[in-house]
Design a protein. Structure first.
Length: 338
């Protein structure tokens, strides 16, 4: 490493052109020195974006369009390759194989023998037809072609996205893989088109692979699920609790204090007629959100939320599930129980 006039270290490229073979350090432009100083000493990376953007600009002699920079990001994004790996395995492979046009083995795909004996001119003509089919389809469907992948299709607000990723602790809520290994998407559990809401409880964090597997293979009757969430019983006090009894609520669950017992709360789903293990994931998310809210409330009451014991049981209020939360004062240091 060597020092520039402004004190920045830079990589030196030896030059043996001097007589006698002695090394000479080449003189670089100020632009090179400034960029090298930034890359070596100042750039703080939280993702791949800065070096990829700079590399793209440098490759374009200092100029690049937004789309060119986006394409460079895409080329580095392994999660996108994983997404389309799953696509390849499903619809196009199954359809073309059923028609006897392709075959595949161990991840290698090929045209069947009867289609593989074409000359260069025929191959070029067929490729041109494929291009024409693509152009015709895209012109007809326009933005609908990629609507299922577009961030502008019912976008998730940044604050909600952060709450979902924080709740998931940076892991896919289906397979458990870390966001460091595979990109996470915030996804509606019950789709908006099937009556799902934009409430926090109806979102989940899915990795790119689980998300595409859900898109291609999930045959859940979401309309029936959405209707089930509205089920109430006129005889059940938990289905229509008095507002004065509630200490917290959200779209799918309510919480009330247990009379005469400080720090004791009961949480119930709004839906009637199921035990805990029959609850839908949005309802479990809603209950968990109230547990966290009650933990904050207990802390403000001088109770230590860290000593909370969560008791989950289907209790005797008709068939309505109850989740009991108990927050107690933390034991003082040096004391023991019993």
């Amino acid at each position: 490493m060597a020092q520039t006039n402004d004190g920045c270290e830079r990589h030196a490229v030896p030059d043996y052109s001097q007589e006698g073979g002695s090394m000479k350090e080449p003189q670089h432009s100020k632009g090179y020195q400034r960029l090298l100083a930034f890359l070596d000493q100042q750039m703080s990376m939280s993702h791949i974006y800065q070096p990829v953007m700079l590399k793209t600009l440098l490759a374009g002699n200092g100029v690049a369009s937004r789309r060119e920079i986006s394409a460079a990001f895409l080329a580095e994004d392994q999660s996108q390759l994983e997404y389309y790996d799953e696509i390849v395995k499903r619809y196009p492979t199954q359809t073309l194989k059923r028609h006897g046009i392709i075959d595949h083995q161990r991840g290698r795909y090929q045209l069947c023998d009867s289609y593989n004996i074409v000359d260069a001119e025929e191959r070029a003509a067929l490729i041109a037809i494929c291009d024409a089919k693509l152009t015709e389809f895209i012109e007809r469907r326009q933005q609908m072609v990629w609507k299922h992948r577009s961030q502008n299709f019912d976008p998730v607000p940044g604050s909600i996205r952060w709450r979902i990723l924080r709740r998931a602790m940076g892991r896919c809520e289906a397979c458990g893989i870390s966001a460091a290994e595979r990109a996470l998407h915030v996804d509606h559990i019950i789709p908006r088109s099937w009556g799902g809401s934009n409430d926090v409880s109806n979102f989940q964090a899915l990795c790119s692979t689980c998300n595409v597997q859900k898109l291609n293979g999930d045959a859940t009757d979401f309309r029936a699920a959405a209707e089930a969430l509205t089920h109430r019983s006129a005889q059940c006090p938990l289905c229509d609790p008095l507002a004065s009894e509630l200490v917290a609520e959200n779209a799918l669950a309510v919480a009330r204090a247990v009379p005469g017992r400080v720090g004791h709360f009961q949480i119930a789903p709004r839906r009637h007629g199921t035990g805990y293990f029959g609850l839908f994931q949005p309802e479990l998310n809603a209950i968990r959100a109230l547990e966290l809210a009650l933990g904050e409330r207990a802390s403000s009451m001088g109770l230590d939320g860290r000593t909370a014991s969560i008791v989950i049981a289907s209790q005797g209020v008709g068939e309505h599930c109850l989740v009991g939360c108990q927050f107690e004062r933390a034991a003082k240091e040096g004391t023991t129980n019993g």
